[in-house]
Design a protein around this ligand. Structure first.
Ligand code: PGA
Length: 248
């Protein structure tokens, strides 16, 4: 990665409790000591911690994001869910949408598109996850799947809106396996060619088993603006290590 702003999005999934508020202090300190470097750290903890995290990072350079929202923009009878307005109200700036763990529960591209429209209406920046499963990859369907995910999910979005695309091959998430740089580059180039027809102002990240041991290799890819990090991001030490290594 060259001189551009690097994004590090920490997706905590269904992990974390009140003691986590203390553990992120190390990362806050790290960001303060490295304020001349161009990076953004965005914590996406579970809903239960989102308000607390947002308060803790308020006077720092760190930001927060939600892991999902309900598709309805309006308040309503939707037991167990939260909408984009509720997230925005907490001082949150981002939301992850289309994560494969939610797609696996039945969220399709059309539904994700509705969520994206609601998020944008609330002025949240969308982090849209796309990626193929291992079966789709084996059947040489990767490009078809990625194209469909991008086109349907980004339907009706104003060209000028800022969106972050996270390419996360499903077979890479939580497995320790990452694509080769050749494969990754080819898929990123393809994604960019489709996304750039829909929106102008976007960033592109890679996600899937990013850790301190593979970050150097992944960082060789100039096309990337940063990383969406799951498991490793819950350890402040590992997260700091990942960030530090991308600047070496
Ligand atoms: P992982 O998760 O880094 O644990 O593979 C990434 C993600 O699901 O966003």
């Amino acid at each position: 990665m060259t001189n551009k702003i690097r994004y590090f999005i920490a997706n905590w999934k269904m992990y974390g409790d009140l003691s986590s508020l203390k553990s992120i202090q190390k990362v806050i300190k790290f960001s303060r000591l490295n304020s001349t470097k161009k990076f953004r750290i965005i914590y996406c903890p579970p809903y239960t911690l989102l308000g607390d995290f947002s308060r803790v990072v308020k006077k720092t350079s760190l930001e927060t994001g939600a892991q999902n929202i309900h598709a309805n923009f309006d308040f309503g009878a939707n037991t167990g869910f939260v909408n984009s307005k509720m997230i925005k109200n907490l001082g949150v700036k981002y939301v992850i949408l289309g994560h494969s763990e939610n797609r696996a529960l039945g969220e399709d591209n059309k539904h994700i598109n509705n969520k994206i429209l609601s998020a944008i209406k609330s002025k949240l920046t969308v982090i849209l996850c796309i990626g193929e499963t291992i079966t789709q990859k084996k059947n040489k369907k990767t490009k078809t799947i990625l194209k469909k995910q991008i086109e349907v999910c980004l339907k009706g979005i104003n060209k000028k809106k800022r969106v972050i695309i996270a390419y996360e091959p499903v077979w890479s998430i939580g497995t320790g396996i990452i694509p080769t740089n050749i494969e990754l580059k080819k898929n990123l180039q393809f994604i960019k060619s489709i996304v750039s027809k829909k929106i102008k102002n976007y960033k592109i990240l890679y996600g899937g088993s990013v850790n301190p041991n593979n970050i150097k290799k992944l960082n060789e890819i100039d096309l990337l603006d940063g990383f969406l990090i799951g498991g490793a991001s819950q350890s402040s030490k590992k997260l700091i290590d990942i960030i530090t290594k991308t600047f070496k």
